[in-house]
Ligand binder design. Structure first.
Ligand SMILES: *Cc1c(COP(=O)(O)O)cnc(C)c1O
Length: 223
């Protein structure tokens, strides 16, 4: 049930509890414009969407007052729209996708900040580059002039006990530090996006500086 005052309270509570260097992305899938607006009133500056079409609809209502991050798997046939809609794509996971985004950005005269998504749990049902392949992918796409690689993102396996997610966050941070030290031209390891409602505290302990939170801001999603 939509309740703006509780959303405003949830957002305020989380914002207060985050260390100042950590950015909060409101994962807004399935939420109404009223709910998203309540979150923005309470201080949300970045909205994350999993689907281009849903983001497009919401952006028509909300406009440019906030930043828009793509946090779901980007389908190739949605790249053009995604390039014009989003301020960051957190889920780049293949050379082919990077090339498509780069090409479209060149046409639009835009440079897209991107994060490379790692499938840290090596789960067959999840997208993201496998941990062993991330360095090669970053090197391969680092020459593209219309994307800016700014870090890594991971979902990690979902556990009842979020402590169980810690090793996957640790491994992703290790890749982040390794790529950082590698000093690859055009690559800046600046953002590490990991942690959701049940795991964000642990993710921050392991080095996340972007957390993506839905349920804890907006309440449970309808089944
Ligand atoms: C839905 C979603 C989140 C937030 O999940 P919650 O458990 O609702 O906080 C974070 N990241 C991605 C990619 C998501 O799809």
């Amino acid at each position: 049930m939509f309740d703006k005052s509780s959303i405003e309270n949830y957002v305020a509570d989380i914002l207060c509890s985050l260390p100042p260097h950590v950015l909060l992305v409101a994962a807004a899938k399935t939420r109404t414009p009223e709910e998203v607006q309540a979150a923005i009133r309470a201080g949300i500056k970045i909205i994350g969407y999993n689907y281009v079409q849903e983001a497009e609809r919401m952006r028509r209502v909300i406009g440019d007052a906030v930043e828009w991050h793509m946090i779901g798997h980007l389908q190739r046939n949605k790249v053009n729209k995604a390039v014009s809609l989003f301020d960051m794509i957190e889920t780049l996971d293949s050379e082919q996708l990077a090339e498509l985004v780069d090409k479209r950005c060149a046409l639009e005269g835009k440079i897209m900040p991107v994060l490379v998504e790692i499938n840290s749990g090596e789960e067959s049902n999840k997208t993201g580059v496998l941990p062993d392949d991330v360095d090669a992918l970053v090197r391969e796409i680092s020459g593209l002039s219309h994307i800016r690689i700014q870090g890594l993102m991971t979902m990690g396996p979902r556990f009842g006990n979020p402590e169980d997610a810690r090793p996957y966050f640790k491994a992703t941070k290790a890749a982040f530090d390794r790529l950082s030290k590698a000093n690859i031209p055009n690559v800046e390891m600046r953002y590490l996006s990991m942690g959701m409602s049940n795991s964000y505290r642990i993710a921050i302990e392991e080095g996340a500086n972007i957390v993506r939170i839905g349920t804890k801001l907006f309440g449970e999603r309808p089944a």
